[in-house]
Design a protein around this ligand. Structure first.
Ligand SMILES: NC(=O)CC[C@H](N)C(=O)O
Length: 434
């Protein structure tokens, strides 16, 4: 029995036995934040088996501070923000570790015409996975998420800088212990470590079928924030919260499988044909896909030359300085790590864009460039990323033009809000000197 079948049965059993009193019907907004409705168990089955749970479709077309952008298609202003429907995927059911008797299920979104909402993040990922399936592949993925644990007022909890420090890890207890304890029934955490910044933590997730991997990253961010809140702390997935301290990434490890065999298994000691096509697709389309792993103004402040966050569309072997890291290991563990996505990314969109570029690499028979050739610069700002995403017709064909249009509109609204403000940096720098 697969994990999906198991949790499917768990939900039906929990409802039948009356061991669950409430279900959170959850979906990701454009920025990967958990949205949803709390539904009493007795009111769940009707809508879940029918049209789904109604909500205002503006929730799928708002920017980082919740301002609905009318130019985004799904908001469909002509239609007056009609209902969209959250249709639970029962295989995603998990009991909530912090509220006994409550569970969560992740929903797919259907628009008011009854069609899958083509710009909703989970739908974009499904579309790419269908395309890969058409090529004969299933994708597996594992995400590593970094974040800062802060005091409730936003100040750092620690001042030490020691990645992998078990002593600093102890200082973060009891919360850190929860991430490798009760949280593992909700998401498959494989490891927890202190990262380089003060109070920065990294959690590694197990590799899973790609849709589940994105669901896990979505759940993880929600759960970490909630467990921290219950402890009187603030967990932030902001990409670069502090000047002078490392940013937070969402590295994605990818592999393709054909009929249960690993398509990235090394061939004659080097990357397989499928792996080379995947690397070729990723490297060529990195400028266009960057937006989907780096959706805010702040995401771009993480990229620093000479650091661990890449600034070029380059690739290499076991090298943490490049954007696309090819890890040749045992056949089943050989994989590609994409290091551009930031922790503030929507995991569905980041994974969809990465796998979209992989699909393009396979379809177009691409090869990795010679690593000694000069590599293209990645977009250095959100505005450059929007331009690059809009210019990448081939990637848009795979992700869906409407999805690229909408998410570019949201990002452009972030950029507009940012550039229209006079900042403290400007007054500090220019007021007395102009
Ligand atoms: N684990 C690492 O390689 C550090 C990654 C770094 N924090 C980044 O933002 O990219």
């Amino acid at each position: 029995m697969t994990d999906r079948q198991r949790s499917d049965r768990t939900l039906a059993e929990a409802l039948a036995e009356g061991t669950v009193h409430e279900i959170e019907v959850a979906w990701a907004d454009p920025y990967g934040r958990a949205q949803g409705k709390r539904v009493p168990a007795a009111r769940y089955q009707g809508p879940a088996a029918g049209r789904g749970f109604a909500f205002c479709d503006g929730s799928l077309a708002w920017n980082a501070v919740g301002e609905v952008q009318e130019a985004a298609l799904l908001g469909d202003p002509a239609g007056g923000y009609p209902d969209a429907y959250a249709v639970p995927d029962p295989a995603t059911y998990r009991p909530l570790p912090w509220r006994p008797g409550a569970g969560q299920v992740i929903a797919d979104i259907v628009d008011h015409h009854g069609e899958p909402a083509r710009t909703s993040p989970r739908a974009v990922l499904r579309r790419v996975l269908d395309r890969l399936a058409g090529l004969g592949y299933t994708a597996r993925a594992a995400l590593e998420l970094e974040f800062y644990l802060l005091r409730a007022d936003g100040s750092p909890l620690q001042d030490g800088l020691h990645a992998y420090s078990l002593e600093l890890a102890n200082e973060l207890d009891p919360l850190l212990g929860r991430f490798t304890g009760e949280l593992t029934g909700f998401v498959p955490v494989e490891g927890a470590l202190t990262e380089y910044g003060p109070g920065q933590v990294e959690l590694n997730l197990a590799h899973q079928e790609a849709l589940t991997a994105a669901d896990d990253a979505f759940r993880l961010r929600y759960a970490v924030k909630e467990l921290a809140r219950r402890q009187g702390l603030l967990a932030t997935f902001m990409a670069k919260p502090f000047n002078g301290h490392s940013g937070s990434s969402a590295h994605i490890h990818l592999s393709l499988w054909r009929d249960g065999t690993p398509a990235f298994a090394p061939e004659e000691g080097r990357e397989s044909k499928a792996a080379r096509a995947a690397i070729g697709g990723l490297v060529r389309h990195l400028p266009g896909l960057t937006l989907f792993g780096a959706p805010t103004v702040n995401s771009y402040k993480r990229y620093e030359p000479g650091g661990f966050a890449p600034v070029r569309a380059d690739w290499g072997g076991d090298d943490r300085r490049v954007a696309v890291r090819s890890l040749l290991e045992t056949p089943a563990a050989s994989r590609i790590e994409l290091r551009t996505p930031a922790a503030d990314a929507n995991p569905y969109l980041a994974l969809a864009a990465a796998l979209g570029a992989v699909a393009v690499g396979l379809e177009d028979g691409l090869e990795p460039p010679d690593p000694r050739d000069p590599a293209a610069a990645l977009p250095a700002t959100l505005a450059e990323a929007v331009t690059a995403a809009r210019a990448d017709e081939r990637l848009a064909e795979v992700l869906g033009r409407d999805a690229v249009h909408d998410h570019a509109v949201l990002a452009a609204s972030e950029w507009q809000a940012y550039t229209s403000q006079v900042t403290g940096w400007e007054t500090d720098r220019y007021l007395r000197y102009a």
